[in-house]
Write a protein that binds this ligand. Structure first.
Ligand SMILES: [Zn+2]
Length: 208
C-alpha cells in the first residue's frame, strides 16, 4: 500500500483540498501519485476568467505539490450531472484501474452530499473494491465525518497544500480556500492525535 496512489477528484481542486498535505508528504517519500480530475468544471469558472482556467490552474497546482504532469488525468464529465453519467464514469475508472494499477485510492467520503462527489465515491467503490481506499474530508460538503485514519504532517506539507490551492485564482473567494481555514483544520486534526498537523480520512476499505 501507499506506493502507487490514485487520487480521484470529482472536480479539479477536490484532491488538493481533501488530501493536499498527504500528497506533499507522499511525494517527499518518493511515492508514485496519479491524479484524476473527472471534470474541469468550465461552468464553474466566473465569467471574467477564460473558460479553460481550471485546466491551467490544476496543472499549476499539481506542479506546486510535486505530482508529475504525465500523472495528471483531466476528464470532461459534465459538472453537476455525474449521476446521469455514472456508467461512463465507472467504465473510465475501470480503465484507470487497468492502466495505473493503484494500490491505494483516495476519493470523496461516503458522507459527502454533493451529487458529483457521491457518484465518484459510489462508482469508485465499485471499481476499486479490492483496493485499500480512503475517503477525504471536505467539511463544507460533509453531512458528518468519521476521523478513522490520520496522516501525520509537518507544517511544510500544509504550506504546500495552501500554495497549491492558491493557484486556483478563479476560485479564490471561497471561504474554504482561505489559508487560515486550511491550516486550522490541519491543526484540529493534529490535536486529535496529539501532534501539530494532520489530515483525517474515513477508511472505506482496508485490504491487508
Ligand atoms: Zn468538487
Amino acid at each position: 500500500m501507499f506506493e502507487r496512489i490514485l487520487i480521484m477528484a470529482p472536480h479539479t481542486d477536490d484532491g488538493e483540498f481533501g488530501c493536499g498535505g498527504s500528497i506533499a508528504r507522499f511525494i517527499e517519500e518518493e511515492k508514485t501519485i496519479f491524479y484524476a480530475a473527472f471534470s474541469s468544471a468550465e461552468v464553474s469558472v466566473p465569467p471574467e476568467f477564460p473558460s479553460d482556467s481550471l485546466v491551467k490552474e490544476v496543472k499549476r497546482a499539481i506542479n506546486v505539490i510535486g505530482i508529475k504532469e504525465e500523472n495528471l488525468i483531466i476528464l470532461d464529465f459534465e459538472v453537476r450531472k455525474f449521476p446521469e453519467q455514472r456508467q461512463e464514469i465507472l467504465d473510465m475508472m475501470l480503465k484507470l484501474k487497468e492502466e495505473i494499477k493503484p494500490d491505494t485510492i483516495f476519493l470523496p467520503s461516503p458522507n459527502d452530499t454533493h451529487q458529483d462527489h457521491r457518484t465518484v465515491y459510489e462508482e469508485g467503490f465499485r471499481a476499486f473494491k479490492d483496493t485499500t481506499m480512503f475517503g477525504y474530508e471536505l467539511p463544507w460538503n460533509n453531512l458528518t465525518f468519521n476521523t478513522e485514519a490520520f496522516v501525520l504532517l509537518r507544517e511544510e506539507h500544509i504550506d504546500k497544500k495552501i500554495a497549491a490551492i492558491s493557484e486556483y485564482t478563479s476560485q479564490k473567494d471561497r471561504l474554504y480556500s482561505k489559508p487560515d481555514f486550511i491550516k486550522g483544520l490541519a491543526k484540529t486534526r493534529g490535536v486529535q492525535i496529539g501532534t501539530n498537523f494532520a489530515e483525517a480520512f474515513e477508511v472505506v476499505r482496508w485490504v491487508l
